[in-house]
Design a protein around this ligand. Structure first.
Ligand SMILES: [Zn+2]
Length: 103
């Protein structure tokens, strides 16, 4: 039988206490799908050329930058850590909860 441990607190995850939760995080550069920033008329042919260009760049291995900027992360969390994660996915320190006093 497989045993999992929590990637956050390192404790073994027991099914009895809420079970295992999987967190998947995808990081990738946003590709803006808005209007083209350059002026001039664009028709479908231009977009096809763009795709062609992209495919050529992938062939040439020129696309490694994109690969570098793209990450897919996966974590196993116990129920406690899942709850904490959902409340504060980026681990941003907020308020007094984390031991900072505001007075
Ligand atoms: Zn945990």
């Amino acid at each position: 039988m497989l045993h999992y441990s929590c990637d956050a607190c390192k404790r073994p995850i027991e099914a009895a206490s809420g079970g295992r939760h999987v967190v998947k995080i995808e990081v990738f550069p946003a590709i803006e799908d808005g209007p083209c920033p350059c002026d001039g008329d664009h028709d479908d042919a231009d977009h096809l050329e763009d795709v062609q260009d992209l495919l050529e760049r992938i062939d040439e291995g020129d696309i490694e930058d994109l690969e570098e900027a793209t990450r897919s992360l996966r974590f196993d969390l116990c129920d406690d850590c899942r709850r904490r994660f959902v409340k504060n996915p980026l681990g941003v320190r907020v308020g007094k909860k984390f031991g900072f006093s505001n007075n």
